[in-house]
Design a protein around this ligand. Structure first.
Ligand code: IMP
Length: 503
């Protein structure tokens, strides 16, 4: 007979944190949300940590370069999806690594022969009022001047006239040479009372523009996660099929962290792939493994595959139908608690700490808080990020509300066959994910700021200042159904929900 594990699959929703003593030092400002992402000994500590415990799921509808840039600027990391060609994925990594905070590539460029009407139309299309006038009318071409709305009068000037008669020429601009630091560029902007500073190379070609307003934006992201060369940090996913070529291309593109992406990572294929990458690229490259939901699988990946971190979660994802389709999985809270206990045991035995990531099914900031309290070092989320402005999909309107498309990597749409099968057939025999829509939630930075503020506040209530202390000191209680009702607001009419008398 099969073994019935003496355990009930529990979810985060079934627990609440108990407050601990909050002393005067427990203020949100003093809380550190740094999360280790690399195995380490107690004496060495983690060499590389996330500045906030958030990573984005390796999914087509989630982790493209724009989202990766936005998340790294907030202190977390994206995992660029591998359900695409090797070169395409490496190019996305390259785009993130080449992004220079504060240095933007001009997206509004015209040649001097273009008309004022072209300039007006371009401004409407991009929403940007600074137009670079270059020899070929594109970036990376010889800069001749800049045209802004101050250089002509849209409603009076003859819009058929060429912009060569209007733009501010090079001699009248303040410029900087490529290689200037953001600090240096900002000082030039301030000293000369300018809004925009073009950066050119030795041949006079336009490389970047630096805007005064971006300086404030940069200052408002103090947690930005970067590598040793101050380039933004980025991760990428790998499968267990073409990992040899893929890992090489991603590492050549500058990736900081790789993660084997599998719905069931307790396999010899995964151990083999991780060992190969470790042997080829050494301890410098961070390798994550998963997904798993048991302590045995944790031991296996840590000992046989030498991974840096382990992702926990099967069947909990918002678009996931693995449990329905195959009857495989585990309640996310039970999985995290089981694996976290084994992680702590392993640390006691070997003095090596292997961080764990809770992946999937996190439906609210509360659940993120409970996941961290239960032992997760950081969390991976798909839906949460798919809803943001920066995810790779376009917004749609439905019944007056904005939505973004979101689909599972195991859905036919993602055509990510490798992740869900050991066969190399290119047709899915059944799906493990659905194709859906999620409400649009605005810019990633604003959303993350609110979530991290709640985590910090909860940690202050518990009386802890960092994630390690959170794991050690958190006390949780199971909730009954009636406790959930008591915690809600169903006995009062909320102002914004009272139907108006005009119907
Ligand atoms: P979410 O944060 O609840 O939306 O879950 C995201 C997680 O679901 C991902 O990080 C994956 O681990 C998992 N996932 C992604 N696509 C699929 C799928 O098609 N089926 C099952 N799980 C998936």
């Amino acid at each position: 007979m099969a073994i019935i594990v003496d355990d009930i699959s529990r979810t985060f929703h079934e627990y609440l944190l108990l407050p601990g003593l909050t002393t005067k030092e427990h203020t949100p400002h003093n809380v550190s949300l740094k999360a280790s992402i690399q195995r380490h000994t107690a004496s060495e500590g983690a060499k590389i940590s996330l500045n906030i415990p958030f990573v984005s799921a390796a999914m087509q509808a989630v982790s493209g370069p724009e989202l990766a840039i936005a998340l790294a600027r907030k202190g977390g990391s994206a995992f660029i999806f591998c359900s695409q060609g090797i070169e395409e994925q490496a190019e996305m990594v390259r785009l993130v690594k080449e992004h220079k905070a504060g240095f933007v590539e001009s997206d509004s460029n015209l040649s001097p022969d273009a008309s004022l009407l072209d300039a007006v139309n371009l401004r409407k299309r991009t929403g940007h009022s600074t137009i670079a006038v270059t020899e070929r009318g594109e970036p990376n071409s010889k800069l001749l001047g800049i045209l802004t709305s101050k250089d002509f009068w849209e409603f009076k000037d003859d819009l058929s006239r060429p912009i060569r008669e209007f733009y501010t020429p090079l001699e009248k601009l303040v410029l900087a040479q490529e290689g200037v630091t953001l600090q240096g560029a900002t000082e030039l902007l301030w000293k000369n009372k300018k809004e925009c500073l073009p950066i050119i190379d030795k041949a006079g070609n336009l490389k970047y523009l630096v805007f005064r307003r971006d300086y404030f934006d940069h200052k408002s992201n103090p947690d930005e996660l970067t590598d040793n060369e101050k380039r933004l940090f980025v991760g990428a996913a790998l499968n267990t099929f073409d990992y040899k070529e893929r890992a090489k291309a991603l590492i050549d593109a500058g990736v900081d962290c790789l993660c084997l992406d599998s719905s069931d990572g307790y396999t010899e294929w995964q151990a083999e792939a991780a060992r190969h990458i470790r042997k080829e690229y050494g301890k410098e490259i961070i390798i994550g493994g998963g997904n798993i939901v048991t302590k045995e699988a944790f031991r296996y990946l840590v000992e046989s595959a030498d991974v840096d971190f382990v992702k926990v979660g099967i069947g909990g994802g918002s678009i996931c139908i693995t449990r329905e389709q195959k009857g495989i999985g585990r309640g996310q809270a039970s999985a995290v608690m089981d694996v976290a206990a084994e992680r702590d045991k392993y640390f006691k035995e070997k003095k090596i700490y292997v961080p764990i990531c809770s992946d999937g099914g996190l439906n609210s900031d509360t659940q993120v808080i409970i996941a961290l309290a239960m032992g997760a070092d950081f969390v991976m989320m798909g839906k949460y990020f798919a809803m943001t402005e920066e995810s790779p999909t376009n917004k749609i309107t439905y019944r007056g509300r904005l939505y973004k498309p979101y689909w599972g990597e195991g859905s036919n749409r993602a055509k990510n066959w490798q992740r869900y099968s050991q066969s190399d057939s290119d047709k899915l025999s059944f799906e493990e994910g659905v194709d859906a829509f999620v409400p649009y939630s605005g810019r990633l930075g604003d959303k993350v700021d609110i979530s991290t503020a709640k985590i910090r506040a909860a940690m202050c209530n518990v009386g802890v200042l960092n994630i390690k202390e959170f794991h050690e000191k958190a006390r949780l209680t199971r909730v009954s159904e009636m406790t959930l009702v008591e915690g809600g607001t169903s006995t009062v009419e909320q102002l914004d929900r009272i139907p108006s008398d005009r119907g």
